[in-house]
Design a protein around this ligand. Sequence first.
Ligand code: HEC
Length: 134
Amino acid sequence: MAAQNSDKPYPIFTADHLDTTMTTLGPNVAGIRASLGAGDFATAKERAIRSREQLATTVTFWRDNRRDDALALLRTALNRLDALDAALSTDATDAAAVAVLTTEISDACAACHEIYREQEPVSGEYRLRSGALR
Ligand code: HEC
């Protein structure tokens, strides 16, 4: 994964990196739900932390492309993953509160996807919405 533009002093986070990160993030976030459904709060918490770490790396993409609105949407999603981590870190986990947080996390993902993601009509694959960065 060499940086394509040698003028930049740091590695570039390309649209391909964004795609790869999102593709890994999806199953991890689904895994949070699965663990919660099974009452396994410890695994849910590990997955929430891992998901947060993965999602956080995408900040570079939106910064490089100067998308303040996307950065705000990203921040909301990260804050909600933090809140879930905190809720799962208490001795007596409030299952109802955790359920609300997981819905709020999905909403935060969807809020960015509505603006910045589109589906390729034939293959059904997701990609960055064309023209979104102009
Ligand atoms: C700030 C914007 C933003 C946020 C927040 C965001 N995403 Fe994405 N996501 C995108 C964009 C843009 C794409 C399309 C990129 C691509 O797939 O090439 C995408 C694609 C995806 C895909 C499809 C990957 C593929 O190609 O199959 C999944 C799954 C996904 N995101 C999961 C999530 C989850 C889960 C969250 C919340 C925890 C989340 N995303 C939060 C912008 C965002």
